[in-house]
Design a binder for this molecule. Structure first.
Ligand SMILES: [Zn+2]
Length: 218
C-alpha cells in the first residue's frame, strides 16, 4: 500500500514536471515570436504569395516579378517544383522581420511588393537567382530587367528548376483548352492545324495564359 502511494506520488510529480516543461516551451515560443517585430510572415501560400502580419492586419502579399510553379490551385496537379518553391520561401523568411516595398494591388486585390530581409537581400531576387521561379514578364515593373538577368544566370548555372531543363524548339498550345504541350506529347500530336498555336518559348505560352500540360509537363 505505501509503495503504491509512493509510485502515485512519483507519477504525479513527473506529470507535473512534464506540464511545467510544456508550459516553459510554450512561453518560450510565444516570447520568441513576440521578439520578431512586424511585419513578418504568418503563412506561406505558395512560392510567390504569403500572408504577412503588419502589426495591424493580415495582408496578402504577391511577390512582384516572380512566377513560381503553382501548388495550391485545386484544378491543377501540383506542378513540377511547386513544393520546392514554397519550402524555399518559407525557409528564407521564417522568423524574420521583413521590409515591404509595396507597388500596387493586382486583379485579385493582393498587394504586389518587393520583400526584403533584415540583411537587405531582396526575396524576389533570391527566388529567381536560386532557380525557384521565373521572372514574370507579363507587365512591366521596375526591376524587370534585373530579374530577367537573374533568371538567365540561374538557367545557365542549372539551379533549381533549371537543373534538368531541356530547351525545346517550340511548344504547342491547344486553343480550346488553353493547355500547352511539348511538341512530342500525344495530346499535341492529336491537335489539327486550326486548333493549335505554336509558341517559341514556354514563357510566351504562360504570358498568354496557357497552362502547362500535366502529362508532358512542359
Ligand atoms: Zn502534354
Amino acid at each position: 500500500m505505501p509503495h503504491a502511494v509512493r509510485t502515485n506520488a512519483v507519477h504525479g510529480t513527473l506529470r507535473a514536471l512534464g506540464w511545467a516543461r510544456f508550459l516553459v516551451v510554450v512561453a518560450a515560443l510565444v516570447l520568441g515570436c513576440a521578439r520578431i517585430e512586424p511585419p513578418y510572415a504568418i503563412k506561406v501560400i505558395d512560392g510567390d504569395t504569403l500572408d504577412v502580419w503588419t502589426g495591424e492586419k493580415i495582408e496578402r502579399i504577391r511577390l512582384i516579378g516572380v512566377d513560381t510553379p503553382e501548388t495550391k490551385d485545386p484544378r491543377r496537379k501540383v506542378q513540377r517544383f511547386g513544393k520546392e518553391a514554397s519550402t524555399f520561401l518559407r525557409k528564407t523568411i521564417k522568423g524574420k522581420t521583413l521590409r515591404l516595398e509595396r507597388t500596387e494591388k493586382d486583379a485579385y486585390t493582393r498587394t504586389l511588393a518587393f520583400v526584403y530581409l533584415p540583411d537587405g537581400r531582396c526575396v524576389n531576387d533570391l527566388i529567381i537567382k536560386e532557380g525557384f521561379g521565373y521572372a514574370f514578364v507579363k507587365y512591366p515593373f521596375p526591376g524587370l530587367e534585373r530579374l530577367k538577368a537573374f533568371e538567365a544566370e540561374a538557367r545557365s548555372a542549372k539551379r533549381g528548376l533549371w537543373r534538368d531543363f531541356v530547351y525545346e524548339r517550340s511548344y504547342v498550345g491547344n486553343l480550346s483548352s488553353r493547355v500547352f504541350h511539348r511538341p512530342n506529347c500525344v495530346y499535341a500530336k492529336r491537335l489539327d492545324q486550326d486548333g493549335r498555336i505554336v509558341f517559341e518559348t514556354r514563357k510566351r505560352a504562360l504570358e498568354l495564359g496557357f497552362t502547362p500540360c500535366g502529362s508532358c509537363r512542359p
